[in-house]
Ligand binder design. Structure first.
Ligand code: NAD
Length: 493
């Protein structure tokens, strides 16, 4: 009798289209099973305490960095990015794992709060507890760095984790799990499940305690809706249309260098990559000339050849081409490259200027090696245009003197002054966006606390003769409370 074959899917090399590996499509029932096992492992994982978990996580991070060649090769194969970019990604991911492991205990320390005058006989404390089992759903563009920013913080907080990597990078997801299991004291602390969107959907309703999602805004809305039906809280890290503001007193050379790298590196497939520039008109011509000069020195190609690789996801090519065409049709000018720069799977650099703000190319995430440079008369205009976006992930500001003043007026989750991408590499600061870029945070204390819940504990230290939380409350108790409230102008708490 023929045995039923398990449904599976392939992962492809985006440069050659060759099959790299075949992975199972984990079904809804199997997902639920994995989550049950992960839940059974939570007590033992929490029982290890902070120091025990720290030991495991640091052993995992050492193993990853010691095998950097192996994992970086796999990242290259699945995404097509240059080897040096893949290695940088591994190093930054490892620093996040280490930071989470070392800081979880102090971040989750019980805090003591003032009980206030009316409750002076009480002690008031807030404990932090892990949630239980956290589901992580990841994208393909930084297949190690991005999920590691959720997985390691959730594990350090005492949760077990079930990870659903992108269908474009299942190999990296499996590698991470296998590496973890080499150092894990027992099974089911961290499990990877492979598959398409359906597997991710199943994870949302599998009895999980929280979903930490990174991916497109479109999918984030589906995830949030799905999770809402079962009251599962979510962290949503979504797309962006990050602006770069260049003031008249900026170091133009550095600003151009960083902006072009931010826009083009990883083939423009970075959620925090520069997509639009608002440059003071006094500097605009120089900025544009330097951008064109730099664009001419870089090109897309296979790992070992190009400064950046292909569009990892074939369907993105259509979006990139349509944005270039829309920018031109709406009145913008291509000053470097153009529609002819799109030759799947590669997209060569494209520099567009003076693109109207209502163009799709300015409004929607392109996720390609394209930069739009628009002139502004004032920094007020630059700030307003930056904020007039459905997205609010990151931003870059270039100015010698006004950086902080401009940064504080931007409606987004992260701003880098006179640099780019830097906030993603500093583990102690939270990462995330507002508006269509998502909600909740990863990284830093805020990111770690996303995988915990607050438990308030108040305790009676001694009894007062007042009975205001009782049916025995007397008229004099009422009078006292009102008198005190008046006297202290409401500062009873
Ligand atoms: P995507 O939304 O297509 O997929 C993300 C993940 O969701 C994949 O694992 C996919 O299988 C899964 N998924 C698909 N449908 C699902 C469903 N209905 N329920 C649950 N899971 C489902 O995104 P992508 O193309 O993999 O990633 C690119 C996007 O991610 C870009 O928009 C980029 O800006 C964004 N991104 C954001 C950040 C950030 O931190 N803000 C970081 C990296 C990438």
């Amino acid at each position: 009798m023929a045995t039923k074959r398990r449904p599976s899917f392939n992962s492809y090399n985006p440069v050659t289209d060759e099959v790299i590996g075949t992975y199972p499509i984990i079904s809804k029932g199997e997902v639920a099973d994995v989550v049950v096992h992960a839940r059974l492992a939570t007590a033992q994982w929490q029982g290890l305490g902070f120091s025990g978990r720290k030991r495991v996580l640091l052993a995992w991070s050492s193993l990853i960095i010691n095998r950097i060649d192996q994992i970086a090769d796999l990242i290259c194969l699945e995404t097509g990015k240059p080897l040096s970019d893949a290695k940088l990604e591994v190093s930054i991911a490892v620093s996040h794992i280490g930071w989470a492991a070392r800081h979880a205990e102090s971040i989750m320390r019980t805090s003591f709060r003032r009980p206030g005058l009316l409750m002076a006989n009480m002690s008031a404390t807030v404990e932090r507890s892990p949630l239980g089992v956290v589901g992580v759903i990841g994208p393909w563009n930084y297949p190690l760095f991005t999920p590691a920013g959720s997985i390691s913080y959730a594990l350090a907080a005492g949760n077990t984790v079930v990870f659903k990597p992108s269908e474009f990078t299942p190999g990296v997801g499996m590698w991470l799990e296998e590496a973890f299991n080499e150092v894990a004291p027992f099974a089911d602390i961290f499990t990877t499940i492979t598959g398409f969107g359906e597997t991710g959907r199943a994870l949302c309703v599998s009895g999980i305690d929280k979903i930490s999602f990174t991916g497109s805004t479109r999918t984030a809305k589906l995830v949030a809706a799905q999770c809402a039906t079962v009251m599962v809280p979510v962290v949503l890290e979504c797309g962006g249309k990050d602006p770069v503001i260049v003031a008249a007193d900026a170091d133009v050379k550095r600003a151009v260098d960083a902006t072009m790298w931010s826009a083009m590196a990883n083939a423009g497939q970075s959620c925090i990559g520069a997509e639009r520039v608002y440059v003071d008109e006094k500097l605009a011509d120089e900025f544009i000339a330097r951008a064109i000069e730099l664009a001419a020195t870089i090109h897309a190609g296979a790992s070992g050849d190009g400064n950046y690789g292909p569009a990892t996801m074939p369907s993105q090519i259509k979006v990139i081409r349509s944005h270039i065409k829309a920018a031109i049709a709406d009145g913008g000018t291509c000053v470097y490259g153009g529609p002819q720069s799109v030759k799947a799977p590669f997209v060569q650099p494209v520099v567009l200027i003076d693109v109207p703000e209502d163009s799709t190319a300015v409004r929607e995430e392109t996720f390609g090696p394209i930069i739009i440079i628009n002139r502004v008369a004032t920094m007020r205009e630059a700030i307003d245009l930056s904020n007039a976006s459905a997205y609010g992930l990151g931003a870059n500001v270039w100015s010698k003197r006004k950086g902080k003043k401009i940064a504080s007026q931007l409606h987004c989750g992260m701003v880098a002054i006179n640099s780019t991408f830097s906030f993603a590499t500093i583990p102690s600061v939270p990462f995330g966006g507002v508006k269509d870029s998502g909600s909740g945070r990863v990284h830093g204390p805020e990111g770690l606390l996303e995988y915990t819940f607050a438990r308030t504990i108040v305790r009676t230290r001694f009894y007062l003769p007042l009975h205001f939380l009782s049916f025995k409350r007397r008229p004099q108790d009422d009078r006292l409370v009102i008198k005190l409230t008046k006297l202290l102008k409401g500062r009873l708490g």
